[in-house]
Design a protein around this ligand. Structure first.
Ligand SMILES: [Zn+2]
Length: 342
């Protein structure tokens, strides 16, 4: 069967259609992006990996995935196309035989996920084709797609696309998968080092323009994961049919001031309501992440029904559990200055 893979996208991300068309050629307009996927010779594999990458953070129904992804119809854990020596994707099912561990998120948007190898009769067997194909991914630095089931009701199964990950090793019981950072166009660093916070974008304006959509999407996904998918202020986190709705990653140093989209520490996850008020400088977190509200009487009267006034003077109730994902002090100071000038 001829597959027209790679260009069917979930309806909630129509804007990526254009970017994907550009990415396939490795070009963003006329700006060349160095992308590790360009080294993958097999066109089908490359298109499939690009498809997975462009859907990072989306929740997609199984019946749609069966049309989009090679092997999804029949294969459970690890999928290796028959003509490839590398695995293409791995998936974790709810109620699967293996314990599920949450991915560990890093400030650059990358993550580490432990994936159990396949076994025979309850025992891990590293000679299985599937496990060997993941070992080949380590050797050749070929990434795999990672999917995690979110809903497992009959007729209503769906998966979250965690994204692309490099298999960085095998620790004796698990494969260690390191997810692509927000800045996917460079080889991700293995391990857990936390880089220094770079508050401003370093790219030229032209290049930034062409990268913007993709980066903002990836920034949004990374911030959402860091805040456990709940508004930092009111802790709202809606999920409808498996999809997260109404949550937005706000930039602390705004984009128009060249604030970075490459680091979770320039972000804060807010519901739409609190994001609008943040953008309008109705409130700001101080350096200790306590809520400061504008003295504007009219705003305060109009916000009587909003929990914002109850939060005033208190630390934001929902923050990343990991210290190194908290907003950077440098970014908070920048925002505070703008709040005072507003
Ligand atoms: Zn909120």
């Amino acid at each position: 069967m001829h597959r027209t893979l790679g260009y069917r996208l979930p309806t909630n991300h129509p804007r990526f259609a254009i970017n994907i068309a550009r990415m396939v050629g490795g070009l963003w307009g006329h700006v060349r992006v160095v992308d590790p996927l360009e080294n993958i010779k097999d066109q089908n594999m490359r298109r499939q990996l690009l498809l997975i990458r462009s859907n990072t953070g989306s929740v997609i129904e199984s019946r749609e995935l069966r049309d989009l992804l090679m092997g999804f119809r029949g294969q459970k854990g690890i999928y290796k196309p028959s003509r490839s020596s590398h695995a293409l994707w791995v998936r974790e099912t709810l109620r699967g035989p293996y314990p599920d561990r949450e991915p560990e998120v890093f400030p650059d948007g990358s993550w580490i996920y432990h994936y159990t190898p396949e076994g025979r009769k309850g025992k891990t067997d590293m000679d299985l084709d599937t496990n060997r194909s993941l070992l080949m991914c380590i050797e050749d630095r070929v990434p795999v797609g990672v999917l995690r089931q979110r809903i497992a009701k009959p007729g209503e199964s769906s998966y979250e696309v965690l994204g692309l990950a490099y298999v960085t090793g095998f620790d004796g019981t698990h494969f260690i998968l390191k997810g692509e950072p927000i800045k996917w166009d460079e080889d991700p660093v293995a391990g857990r080092t936390v880089p220094a916070f770079q508050p401003f974008e370093q790219e030229s304006l032209l290049r930034l323009e062409t990268l913007r959509t993709q980066r903002d999407m990836r920034f949004g996904v990374a911030v959402r994961r860091a805040y456990n998918e709940k508004c930092s202020m009111c802790e709202v986190g809606y999920r409808v049919h498996g999809r997260i709705v109404g949550l937005e990653a706000a930039h602390i140093i705004p984009i128009e001031n060249r604030g970075t989209s490459l680091d979770v520490r320039n972000g804060i996850l807010l519901c739409r309501n609190h994001h609008i008020l943040f953008d309008e400088y109705a409130w700001v977190p101080d350096e200790d992440l306590r809520v400061l509200v504008t003295a504007d009487d009219e705003f305060r009267a109009s916000a009587a029904a909003n929990c914002i006034l109850e939060c005033e003077g208190r630390r934001l109730p929902n923050l990343p559990p990991k210290m190194d994902l908290l907003p950077a002090v440098e970014a908070l100071r920048y925002r505070l200055d703008k709040f005072r000038d507003a």
